[in-house]
Design a protein around this ligand. Structure first.
Ligand code: GLP
Length: 243
């Protein structure tokens, strides 16, 4: 697609179609959507909200699982992923807040929090479609370079490049950016029936070429998707400059 907005339209329409044609089965009564944060998916959420407002899709039977959350900032912090999701998506559609799942970066027992998250995904029948973005270093969710491609939900220390990238959201104050996060693993994403990635902007061009044209490797964790049976990458013109 030419622009970020067009990418958002394309993926938004695509997800709405999936939700509308979803066939419920025993043990899997809801469409289960994996959700990312970051600037890349914003046009996708905007399109889905637009479709909801036009009566073209409903989220009453949708359950969501977010990819990740920072450790150590309050849930209602303006930059928490919890705040991001309610502000940009959940509060603008007809989803039941009880059907939205986000990792709790302030849980007393973070290990248990991660295990329970994986168990809950299994309980609802697995993720039907995981929407994702990628970091400039080719990470998916917060699976930083070096993460095992078999990893599952866990605590992760953020790479310096990611902390620098995210600095813009914390008034450019490097010290204010959380150093750790809870994140689904690469294998958690790989287990989804379908994965759709939104990759836009010149700053993702190198990561996109490494992810698609490089070998599958743990330094570019999104490259694992090369072996996913049903993965779609939607990008804008800018992101393709290194292909
Ligand atoms: C963070 C998130 C990722 C996201 C990435 C890119 O690292 N954990 O899920 O893909 O940021 O964000 P942006 O889309 O703002 O470039």
């Amino acid at each position: 697609r030419d622009t970020k907005t067009e990418v958002g339209h394309y993926i938004g329409d695509y997800i709405a179609r999936r939700i509308n044609t979803f066939v419920a089965t025993p043990g899997h009564p809801n469409f289960v959507l994996g959700c990312p944060t970051g600037s890349s998916p914003l046009p996708v959420y905007a399109r889905l909200v637009e479709l909801y407002k036009a009566g073209k899709v409903s989220f009453k039977n949708v359950v969501t699982f977010n990819m990740d959350e920072y450790v150590g900032i309050p849930r209602d912090h303006p930059e928490s992923y919890h705040t991001f999701m309610f502000k940009n998506f959940f509060s603008l559609i007809d989803i039941d807040p009880k059907n939205t799942n986000l990792l709790n970066g302030n849980a007393e027992d973070l290990y248990h929090e991660c295990e329970a998250y994986e168990a809950k995904i299994l309980e609802v029948g697995g993720i039907d479609l995981f929407l994702g973005g990628i970091g400039a270093d080719g990470h998916i969710a917060f699976n930083e370079p070096g993460s095992s491609l078999k990893s599952r939900t866990r605590i992760k220390t953020l790479a310096y490049e990611t902390i620098l990238d995210n600095c813009r959201f914390f008034n450019n104050d490097l010290a204010a950016v959380p150093r750790m996060a809870l994140t689904v693993g690469v294998q958690t994403v790989m287990d989804a029936k379908e994965v759709v990635l939104v990759v836009t902007g010149q700053n993702k061009a190198l990561a996109l070429s490494q992810m698609i044209e490089g070998g599958v490797n743990h330094m570019v964790t999104a490259s694992a998707l090369q072996s996913h049976p049903w993965a779609l990458v939607v990008c804008d013109e800018d992101a393709t400059s290194e292909l």
